[in-house]
Design a protein around this ligand. Sequence first.
Ligand code: SF4
Length: 175
Amino acid sequence: MNYATIKWTDIANGEGVRISLFVSGCTHRCKNCFNQIAWDFDYGMAFDEPTQEKILKELGSGFIAGLSLLGGEPLEPQNQRALYPFVKKVKESYPNKTIWCYTGFVFDEKTGDLRAKDKNTEITKELISLFDVLIDGPYVEELKDIRLKFRGSSNQRVIDVQKTLKSKNCELYLE
Ligand code: SF4
């Protein structure tokens, strides 16, 4: 997997000061996407061992609230497979820090994976179960609302993943 950029002190993509990883590769092609350059899976740099180690180290800073995954599309099948071992390591190393993920796919609260069945892999459920918050759904220009917190259009949901997995109903983290 490649990544487009890393923001080391980001306050726009989740609560608190966060490290945000923008992965490369996205097949959604949303109209007026904010990050079209990252549609290409080969864009940017390799998400290699030194990069992963640096993120893990920086997450240890007291003022960092957690990790946010964006794109591109973190939940494209090949990106899921690349992210899963890393996200698992983050959760094991920092159980009290939060993991937020932005996806253009729609989460299926009944099954715990994605409604786009062909995008589910052998580790989709496990990967999503490591998240605290999932912002789901494509960016829809016609539903754009700049008053919304942490999302661009009103179709997108800010989901409390842990509560949702327990109840199998969509529990929103933010209305
Ligand atoms: S899912 Fe995100 S990165 Fe992909 S096209 Fe839509 S807005 Fe752009």
